[in-house]
Design a binder for this molecule. Structure first.
Ligand code: IMP
Ligand code: MG
Length: 180
């Protein structure tokens, strides 16, 4: 069972629903009258994105991109590549980049630069979770669901070696699972 690999539950399904609802409310208010495009960074933000967009009550469009991940390790290599790019033009759009977790900041700072070059009207960052202790690049998200300690966490889209994304809650992975 997946749950046997979890040391501690950080956010239950109910707590996640509450967090996402509040974020959706704020975003709906802030983007009233704008050209909101929610951009999901695959695959980790898939579940958060699906819930967040339904908590947004104003018109919006969505798009997806995917960047190179950590492989099966638990720390970043510092190198980012776009594996799947957006389908739509960003000219004049108000972008909201939707991430699962902000860790070193390497991924998002790369994405910010890359997306800014496509002449959007504005760009903001929305992350479900923030691990501020681990930051290596100066980057501050505009919307944060919750801060988390410097532990490796999985569930609600977050994986370890592509596993645990389908856990409906978020928990800390037992270190012996990745220490091998
Ligand atoms: P950053 O570039 O170091 O900020 O990395 C962000 C990405 O690393 C996230 O989108 C996740 O895919 C992954 N990541 C960082 N920390 C964790 C974690 O604790 N569990 C699962 N994935 C993580
Ligand atoms: Mg991710």
């Amino acid at each position: 069972m997946m749950k046997d690999d979890i040391a501690e539950v950080l956010f239950t399904q109910e707590q996640l629903a509450e967090i996402v609802k509040e974020m959706g409310k704020r975003i709906s208010k802030d983007y009233e009258g704008k050209n909101l495009v929610m951009i999901s960074v695959l695959k980790g933000s898939l579940i958060f994105m699906a819930d967040l967009m339904r908590a947004v009550t104003i018109p919006c469009s969505i798009d997806f991109l995917s960047v190179s991940s950590y492989g099966s390790g638990t720390t970043t290599t510092g190198e980012v590549r776009i594996l799947k790019d957006l389908d739509t033009s960003l000219e004049g759009k108000d972008l909201l980049v939707v991430e699962d977790i902000l860790d070193s900041g390497v991924t998002l700072s790369f994405l910010l630069k890359n997306l800014s070059a496509r002449h959007p009207e504005s760009i903001r960052l929305c992350t479900l979770l923030d691990k501020p202790e681990r930051r290596r690049v100066a980057i501050t998200p505009d919307y944060v669901g919750a801060q988390v300690p410097d532990k490796f966490i999985v569930g609600y889209g977050l994986d370890y070696a592509e596993k645990y994304r389908n856990l409906p809650y978020i928990g800390v992975l037992k270190p012996e699972i990745y220490a091998g």
